[in-house]
Ligand binder design. Structure first.
Ligand code: NAP
Length: 395
C-alpha cells in the first residue's frame, strides 16, 4: 500500500522517474519513507538530488489527465458523468471528448452545459446534456427515463457530482442534502440505468480520503440506520455529512463488486486529490479560503481528473474490480469502508430509504436472489449467504 499523496515526476537522461516525495529520485524507493510523514530534511534532499541529476522536467502530483488517455482509443465509447459542467467533472468531460468518446453530461445547470457544448469542447456532436437535480429523486428518475429512451449503451459511468460545506438542509425527499446528492441519488441513477451498461462497463465513484474520518464502531452486527447516514440537525456538521457520504460510496462499490462478480462489469473508487481548487467549497468561506491558500501546493484540476479517468479507461485494470485508487495507484481504503457485512447492510438501508420514497423495486437484485434461490429467505440469511459466497470466491 502506498500512503503518500505527492508524487514527483522527472526526467533523468531521457528516463522518466516517478517517485513519492522524500524518496531519493533516480534511485530505488527507500521503503523507510513510505507510509511515514515526510520530513522537511528529506524533501529538501530529494529536490537537491533532482537538481544534481540534471532533471529537465519536474512535475509534482502526477500526470495531467490528457496523458492518461494517450494512446487509448475511445471512439464509439459512451461515458455518463454526473456534475459534468464544473470542476473535475468538466475536466474529465473535455478530455474524454477530445479523445472521441461520447459524453452524457448529467448536470443541473443547463445553461453551463449548453455553453460547454457550444463553445468549450472540440467535438460538440459527441456531447449530450441530461438535466438532473440530485437533490430530487423525481428529477433523477426523469433523467434516467430520458437516458433510457435516447441511449443504446453506456460503457463508463463516473459518479462525480458532489457538495460540501452546506448548512443543514433537507431535500424535497426529506433527506439530508449532502447524503442524498453525494450518495443516494447517484446510486438511484445507477440502478435505473444498469440495464444500459455494456458487459465490460466500468463504474467509478469519485471518492475522497475523508471517508477515513468516519468513526462508527465496527462490528459485524452493525446495521446502519437512516439517522446515521442522513444526519438530523442536532448531529449535523457538514464535514461529518460529507465523510459519511463518501464512505457510503465505497461501501456501495463493494456491494456492486459482489453483484457483478464474474460478469465483466467493474467498479472502482477514485480519490482525485486533496485541496483541489474547484467550486466544491463555495458554500463555506473558511474552506474556500483554505483551498485558495493551498492551491500552489495542490493538484491542478487536470491532475485531479487523472485518477478517475485512469480507473475508467486504463487497460491496467482489466479483470480487477472493487478497488480504491489514489494517484492512479491502488490504495487501501479504511477498515470500515472495506467491511463487507457493512456494505450489504448499507445496501439494505439504501433500498429501504428509496422504497419508502419512490415506488421502486430493484429488479436486478431480485433477479440475483431468484437465481440463488434466496428470495423467500429473511434478510439476514440472504445477506450472510451473499457475503459468504463473496468471500469464498475472492479468497
Ligand atoms: N476538490 C477537491 O479537493 C476534492 C477532493 C476529494 C474529492 N472531491 C470530489 O470530487 C468530485 C467533484 O468535485 P469538484 O471538486 O469538481 O467540485 P465542483 O467543482 O463543485 O463540482 C461538483 C459538481 O457537482 C454538481 N452538483 C452539486 N450539486 C448537485 C445537484 N444537486 N444536482 C446535480 N449536480 C450537482 C455541481 O453542479 P453545479 O455546478 O451546478 O453546482 C458540479 O458540477 C466531488 O464528488 C468531490 O467530493 C473533490
Amino acid at each position: 500500500m502506498s500512503n503518500y499523496s505527492v508524487v514527483i515526476e522527472g526526467r533523468v537522461d531521457d528516463k522518466v522517474v516517478r517517485v513519492p516525495w522524500c524518496v531519493t529520485p533516480g534511485s530505488k524507493i527507500d521503503k523507510k519513507y513510505i507510509g511515514t510523514s515526510p520530513k522537511i530534511k528529506n524533501v529538501l534532499k530529494s529536490y537537491w538530488k533532482l537538481v544534481e541529476n540534471n532533471i529537465t522536467f519536474i512535475r509534482i502530483h502526477g500526470a495531467p489527465v490528457d496523458q492518461i488517455t494517450n494512446d487509448i482509443d475511445l471512439t464509439n465509447k459512451t461515458c455518463l458523468i454526473t456534475g459534468a459542467n464544473n470542476g473535475i467533472g468538466l475536466e474529465m468531460t473535455k478530455c474524454l471528448n477530445s479523445n472521441g468518446c461520447n459524453v452524457l453530461m448529467a448536470s443541473r445547470n443547463s445553461y453551463a452545459a449548453n455553453n460547454i457544448i457550444k463553445y468549450v469542447v472540440e467535438k460538440n456532436d459527441l456531447l449530450r446534456f441530461y438535466d438532473i437535480n440530485l437533490a430530487s429523486l423525481k428529477s433523477v428518475k426523469n433523467c434516467c427515463n430520458a437516458i433510457l429512451k435516447n441511449e443504446q449503451k453506456i460503457d463508463m459511468v463516473i459518479l462525480n457530482a458532489g457538495v460540501f460545506g452546506l448548512p443543514w438542509t433537507l431535500t424535497e425527499d426529506g433527506l439530508e442534502t449532502t447524503f442524498q446528492v453525494n450518495y443516494l441519488s447517484q446510486i438511484y441513477l445507477l440502478m435505473n440505468i444498469e440495464k444500459l451498461l455494456t458487459p465490460d462497463a466500468r463504474v467509478i465513484f469519485v471518492s475522497s480520503e475523508s471517508h477515513r474520518n468516519v468513526n462508527w464502531t465496527l462490528h459485524n452486527t452493525l446495521a446502519p440506520t437512516e439517522d446515521l447516514v442522513s444526519l438530523p440537525k442536532n448531529k449535523y456538521t457538514s464535514i461529518k455529512a460529507y465523510n459519511i457520504s463518501k464512505l457510503c460510496g465505497i461501501l456501495a462499490m463493494h456491494y456492486l463488486g459482489y453483484r457483478w462478480l464474474n460478469t465483466g462489469k467493474a467498479v472502482f473508487c477514485a480519490h482525485p486529490g486533496t485541496f483541489v481548487k474547484t467550486s466544491l467549497c463555495r458554500n463555506w468561506w473558511i474552506y474556500e479560503t483554505l483551498y485558495t491558500l493551498m492551491k500552489p501546493f495542490a493538484k491542478s484540476i487536470s491532475q485531479a481528473a487523472s485518477t478517475p479517468i485512469y480507473c475508467a479507461i486504463s487497460p491496467d485494470l482489466k479483470g480487477l474490480s472493487a478497488l480504491y485508487y489514489k494517484d492512479c495507484q491502488r490504495c487501501e481504503e479504511s477498515d470500515l469502508a472495506k467491511d463487507l457485512h457493512l456494505s450489504f447492510r448499507m445496501h439494505d438501508l439504501t433500498q429501504d430509504i428509496l422504497r419508502e420514497r419512490v415506488k421502486f423495486i430493484d429488479d436486478s437484485v431480485n433477479m440475483v436472489l431468484k437465481s440463488s434461490g434466496l428470495q423467500d429467505q429473511p434478510k439476514e440469511i440472504i445477506n450472510d449467504n451473499l457475503v459468504s459466497n463473496y468471500t469464498g470466491q475472492i479468497q
